[in-house]
Design a protein around this ligand. Sequence first.
Ligand SMILES: C[S@@+](CC[C@H](N)C(=O)[O-])C[C@H]1O[C@@H](n2cnc3c(N)ncnc32)[C@H](O)[C@@H]1O
Length: 280
Amino acid sequence: MIDQQINLPYFDTLFTLLDNGHPEIDLAFGRHVHWGYWPNPEKALNTPEDFRKAAEQLTYEVYSAANVKDGQSVLDVGCGFGGTIASLNEQFSQMNLVGLNIDERQLIQARKKVVARDVNTLRFEQGNACALPFADESFDVVLAVECIFHFPDRRQFFEEAFRVLKPGGHLALCDFVPIDLSILFMWFNSKFNFFKSSFYGDFDMRYTTSRYRQLAAETGFAPLVERNITANTLPTYKFLWTLAQTWMSNSPAAFVQTFNTEWLSRLGLLNYMIFSYTKK
Ligand SMILES: C[S@@+](CC[C@H](N)C(=O)[O-])C[C@H]1O[C@@H](n2cnc3c(N)ncnc32)[C@H](O)[C@@H]1O
């Protein structure tokens, strides 16, 4: 095991809740640990079952932006409990699927939960998104589902994704992306943190769409999809508040950080974006 520590209090909370047996938490977050996508947000039901379906749909929206097809090699960076790999394993055939995570605890769960169908191969490896432990040109698709804000450096990740992709391969990701004006607020928010620690660990949500465009151009990627799906993700917050007693009760930081993210999103200052690119 590589010794790579990461500060992720929300995963610590999740592990405690899952160990103590909370079926609604398991249903909602036992496969995917990300926001949901509702094609019709006004029809969201605010139940764990509905949230699980919406989280599955978000995964689908991201890998569809990379045009995933049968027979491909796909790397899912920051793979959590392996939900995206599980989904690809169920939907596609003749796949070589690899999940990478810096946190070995999550990988132990992923290996238990996700078993390759006989038409596919899959494995989970520990490693850092910014120093991918894979050969050049070894994947058709690289995915990063709701995790790039944790990575130490987006540029290093883009360079690494470019290196491990085959020519013509696709990178797809989703991220919380501020509009230019809100960066100042987010900077203040991060500087004047009243809590000793951040519930969501170390993250950087100050990367705007124009910076993404510039980064893609500078690292050799051609843009493919740039999609604002904020409205489709907003029912996530109502669901998170419904479960607040279970997962936030000991963490004022969880409450304030979730509240801030919700209201920045509702006010149109923070967008939930899907981006995908082609390696030129
Ligand atoms: C919000 S979770 C998303 C998990 C998964 N992609 C999903 O959608 O269910 C963020 C993930 O990023 C992983 N992560 C954070 N920093 C990382 C890094 N530097 N390299 C690889 N994975 C990282 C975390 O361990 C966690 O699994």
